[in-house]
Design a protein around this ligand. Sequence first.
Ligand SMILES: Cc1cc2nc3c(=O)[nH]c(=O)nc-3n(C[C@H](O)[C@H](O)[C@H](O)COP(=O)(O)OP(=O)(O)OC[C@H]3O[C@@H](n4cnc5c(N)ncnc54)[C@H](O)[C@@H]3O)c2cc1C
Length: 316
Amino acid sequence: MIKKNICLKKYTTLKIGGRAKYFVNANNIKEIKEAINYAEKNNIPFFVLGNGSNVLINSDDYPGLVIRIVGGEILLANNCVIVDAGVFLSDLIVFCTKNNLSGIEWASGIPATVGGSIYGNAGCFGKSMVDNVIWVDVLNIKTKKIERYKNKECKFGYRESFFKKNPYLIILRAKLKFKKSDSTKIKAEIKKCLDLRRKKQVVGFSAGSVFKNYQFKNQKEKKEFLNNFPELGKFVFNNVIATGILLDSVKLKGLKVGNAMVAPNHANFIINNGSATSKDVLDIIDIAKKKIKQKFKIEIKEEIIFLGFKTIDKKE
Ligand SMILES: Cc1cc2nc3c(=O)[nH]c(=O)nc-3n(C[C@H](O)[C@H](O)[C@H](O)COP(=O)(O)OP(=O)(O)OC[C@H]3O[C@@H](n4cnc5c(N)ncnc54)[C@H](O)[C@@H]3O)c2cc1C
């Protein structure tokens, strides 16, 4: 059922966002199709939301329809599962543990849906969704048909996928692969991942890492960087440096704008202290980008997804 004027704050982990003019919880294909039809018939924009753990929503009202895909089923298929997009990673992990399936423990503690995680190829500890996906079923809203994308066709990269570049594809469900193990070993691995996560845990409302880690464009850029900042050399792995390290070196930790602040223990996390607005967060993002550009002559890119900002919606 389509609801009106729904406050979006509570549907995001950052707890920021104005009201959506139209809002619907859709957790099966029929409801998703109905929601799209509604938006098209009424000529209004729409946005698909998972658990809202990687989004910054404008504090001003959104004039379109938010389709929140949360909930669904998990089916066992030998050492694989077929899982709906709206299923929480935490529920998937519990299901896999019960069924002695190993391979998704790394995702413990990520407050996300399967759909949102496939969209951004969520990952941690050197693993990501690309390692599990066999295929993904999507609703193509141009053709209204359901299409199946095999792993290679999903074009996964670092926090990237074909779906992220083609937002007319709505993720419906996926087949994920695992290895047979035993639940004691799986539980130990989950504990290990959660312990590691707790060590660098940020306390407060956040949307996870705000910026993607920085990938050097070429060897020349990396060499120049290492010449100019030899003290940061130990943080460069392959062609990548954690953006948190760069942000820390421009002294961003603890920076406050309005009611938003950079986490005191993790420079790539922005926290809402309770009543922060999207503008507070955008101002911090702006300061961060400028400081990095000034010191390192490089441009960092946001990992979080924007909704409701005329000029930056869906910006990467
Ligand atoms: C405390 C914390 C820790 C985190 N740790 C990690 C981490 O370790 N690794 C990591 O990668 N991320 C991490 N994140 C970020 C976030 O959890 C992931 O990016 C996650 O995959 C987003 O999923 P979601 O369901 O919340 O998606 P949302 O935030 O709701 O949406 C994100 C994007 O996905 C799109 N989307 C969602 N569902 C669908 C669908 N069914 N079809 C098409 N598009 C869809 C949305 O339109 C939006 O563009 C963390 C976040 C927090 C708050």
